[in-house]
Design a protein around this ligand. Sequence first.
Ligand SMILES: NC(=O)CC[C@H](N)C(=O)O
Length: 364
Amino acid sequence: MTQAVKTVKLILEDGTSIEGESFGAFTSAAGEVVFSTAMTGYPENLTDPSFAGQILVLTTPMVGNYGVPGEELYESISKIFESDKIHIAGLVVNYYSEEHSHWNAAKSLGDWLKEYNIPGICGVDTRMLTKKLRENGALLGKIVAEDDVPFHDPNLDNLVAQVSPAGIRHYGSGQHKIVLVDCGTKTNIIRCFLERDVELIRVPWDYDFTALDYDGLFLSNGPGDPKMCAATIRHLQKALAQDKPIFGICLGSQLMGLAAGGDTFKLKYGHRSHNQPVKLTGTQRCYITSQNHGFAVDTATLPAEWSMLFENLNDGTCEGIKHQTKPFFSTQFHPEAAGGPEDTEYLFDDFLKAVAEYKATKVK
Ligand SMILES: NC(=O)CC[C@H](N)C(=O)O
């Protein structure tokens, strides 16, 4: 039996109202409407905690055709997904394909969204919608099924506190003891460390890690406005006064900028795709990177001992920072990829090399 088509609306705060067809959960949800131009990677993107509170528009015209994999565990974390649930508030696509075919597909995208009570709307001209978001900047919006819901700006919430784990967890065994401050970490960051001779101590966003015995500090990605993470910034400031290597990704990069005394600002519509070009400062070397962020460090506000490490070649914004003399660096993009290109995964090796060097100087 074919299912009856259920109509839903995508309503934006500027008054735009677009009618489409429901897939996933038939429910209403509000959030910040953002777009991604990535052509693949919806299992990874939807489970990336950085997307919490956001209604995600995918510009690629057909979505769902490779289904969603089943869950498998690796070291007690997901082997496939970027966290243990879907984090987006809603999904907007042009053509949704319930029919799917892939060697590891276990269910359809619509059934997966239903499991987590997340609404999807299809039949939307997502490229027209993206042009609007590029002109106006990101807008608040809502997917409305039967009951209306108020608009809600997720950037006013402490989303990191909502997605960060409650307790400390240990993973792996290896030469280097790394503290990972989990502001909403993607599991591929954990996988990247565990493939590299590391004992990982994963702590909540507001945990005072400075008293722990560790060799290097890592700050994860995460949702929302980095200025909400006052506790992490406070602890990070203590770590910046020391010499142990520090590496931050995305939100982690923004937190390092803020802890160093710099400022962050909201980009007009953010960077979300798997093909963002960045240039390594001081070279002509370009890397193609995976990105998902709406805020950035304002390079002009960085104190003299810090500088821009990577620059976005589309809009010139800061894609990472580094300290002039200490082993502290960050990337605004995602070197762990998942999905996206793996070209910058070597940065995990650079960080661990800095950790090994730091330990060697300590022994002397
Ligand atoms: N992926 C991330 O860590 C995103 C960081 C931050 N929430 C932003 O949107 O800029």
